[in-house]
Design a protein around this ligand. Structure first.
Ligand SMILES: [Zn+2]
Length: 209
């Protein structure tokens, strides 16, 4: 009797382990996932879920940061590094459905600032993030311009900035690059995961709870 019970227990554990393994396999590196399921260490300031953006419209129904799993993994690693140094990442935008990209393009038809929806942005592919850094008190670092400032001052090569601003931008850029991201010349806040342009554009909208 005792033997039979141990055997049944063994079968039970084997079956649950197998089921768990299958569930893990169902999520690949390119699956869209919600960042908050992987880390609670980010500050959210999702501008398109408010009217405080250049569209002057709330185009996201709720504050969520969806990205492909590989982007989430790299972003969490970068954030851990910032946290070790007394800072953390504040998010402005993550995955962006293609329909929203079209609305942005209607307002700003300039590829230096908004990607042409005909090609699609890396945001539409779940491989880009718009971010800044906050210190241990939650204060955003001075990056010289606000987010979505469409002018040369927002560019990485713009020189007429204080040393502090330049240092802050370089600090953000270095750690993001060390963790697999590529900067974008005309916007200090925008980072693409390497090779993310190979992933497909999506128009899926996330569910709000
Ligand atoms: Zn961006």
């Amino acid at each position: 009797m005792r033997l039979r019970l141990s055997f049944l227990l063994l079968v039970f554990f084997a079956a649950t382990t197998l089921l768990k393994a299958q569930r893990v396999e169902a999520v690949s590196d390119t699956t869209f996932v919600n960042l908050k399921d992987y880390s609670g260490d980010f500050v959210y300031d999702m501008k398109y879920a408010t009217t405080d953006n250049f569209l002057k419209a709330k185009v996201y129904d709720c504050v969520e940061c969806f990205l492909r799993l590989k982007t989430v993994k790299a972003l969490v690693k970068a954030n851990k590094e910032f946290i070790r140094k007394g800072f953390r990442i504040q998010l402005f935008d993550c995955y962006r459905p293609l329909d929203i990209q079209k609305r942005m393009w209607q307002i700003v038809s300039n590829p230096e600032y908004v990607a042409d929806p005909a090609k699609g942005s890396i945001h539409n592919r779940g491989g880009a993030v718009d971010i800044t850094l906050v210190d241990s008190k939650g204060m955003a670092l001075d990056m010289g311009t606000s987010f979505d400032f469409f002018g040369p001052e927002a560019g990485h090569n713009y020189q007429n900035l204080s040393n502090k601003v330049k240092q802050n931008r370089v600090f953000l850029k270095q750690i993001m690059q060390e963790n697999g991201f590529v900067s974008f010349d005309s916007e200090w806040w925008h980072y693409n995961l390497q090779n993310a342009s190979k992933d497909k554009v999506s128009n899926t909208k996330w569910k709000c709870e």
